[in-house]
Design a protein around this ligand. Structure first.
Ligand code: ADP
Length: 290
């Protein structure tokens, strides 16, 4: 199974958001990581055929999906960021309604929707109105509706926004449970959401996929370049303009700055193990600092 995103370029009103993006994905979970406004939603909408790219194509198993939107839709599941629920519907009724829209016959729809509420852990509340659901329950219902047609490609746009830590864990476990034989792409601007769940991370920055790889592979890029040093608060401001500061802590001896830099920032700076968060901030701030 392959999904090829080929030479995708997209502009809105003469402002280019995505520039000549080409990546090939195989089955697995992909975390599309990028700052707010970096173009994640745009890219996901293009993959799903909701909006058109100015240039480029989406190719699934060798077939150009721009030319076959209906056949692609049948293997695609999508949870958009602004997904609308009907608050007065029960979770189960909502899924049955979505199943009818997707063309499932009654008997199949009932079976499928009951299986799905079980799978996403909404069995106990399936007959409750959606307006009584927590944020996490709504997100899981959103995933269930995206799974109705048993999609091969599942696209989830910022699925963890608004979830509390417990709901996040539950969400991660859910995604990991059905990652086999599917291409799952989930977007986020929160590093920890993709660090543990994604097989591969795609970093969207400067209108392109700047890097891809597992968290371990990616952080190797800044191995030996992450430092912790103690500075006095007065010099912290200058350090911030000079270096990528990925974290700051106030301690009795001064401020502890975590810095990504290929040179030792201060005499007392000690090398520390890089994290994905360091790398991500390094990418985001490179225009400012480098
Ligand atoms: P993300 O999902 O990473 O937050 P988006 O894809 O939503 O990013 O947006 C990328 C950029 O494109 C932003 O600057 C946004 O303001 C702009 N944008 C998104 N949709 C439109 C649109 N329909 N018309 C004009 N500009 C848009």
């Amino acid at each position: 199974m392959t999904l090829e995103i080929k030479n995708i370029t997209k502009s809105y009103d003469n402002t280019m958001v995505l520039h000549d993006i080409s990546i090939v994905l195989e089955s697995g979970v992909y975390g599309l990581l990028g700052a707010n406004g970096s173009g994640k939603t745009t890219l996901m909408r293009i993959i799903c055929g909701v909006i058109k790219a100015n240039v480029g194509s989406i190719i699934y198993n060798g077939e150009n999906m721009n030319e076959k939107p209906d056949s692609f839709r049948s293997i695609l599941g999508f949870l958009p960021q602004d997904f609308r629920y009907y608050p007065d519907f029960t979770g189960l009724k909502f899924l049955l309604y979505m199943a009818a829209l997707k063309g499932l016959d009654n008997k199949m729809a009932k079976e499928k929707c009951n299986d799905l509420v079980h799978l996403v852990g909404l069995e106990d509340v399936k007959n409750k109105k959606i307006k009584k659901y927590s944020g996490g329950m709504k997100q899981r219902l959103g995933i269930a509706q995206a799974m109705i047609n048993d999609p091969k490609v599942l696209i989830l746009d910022e699925p963890t926004v608004g979830l509390d830590p417990k709901e996040r864990v539950r969400f991660r476990n859910l995604i990991s449970s059905f990652s086999k034989e599917k291409i799952i792409i989930l977007s986020t601007h929160i590093v920890s959401d993709v660090e543990y769940i994604a097989d591969e991370i795609l970093i969207l920055n400067n209108r392109k996929i700047e890097n891809r790889g597992s968290a371990i592979e990616l952080v190797k890029e800044i191995e030996g370049q992450v430092w912790e040093c103690v500075v006095q608060p007065a010099s912290a401001r200058e350090m911030r303009t000079k270096y990528v500061v990925s974290n700051e802590k106030h301690e009795a001896e001064g401020m502890i700055l975590r810095i990504v830099s290929n040179e030792q920032p201060t005499e007392n700076a000690k090398k520390v193990q890089p994290t994905l968060e360091d790398l991500y901030l390094y990418y985001l701030q490179e225009e400012v600092v480098k």
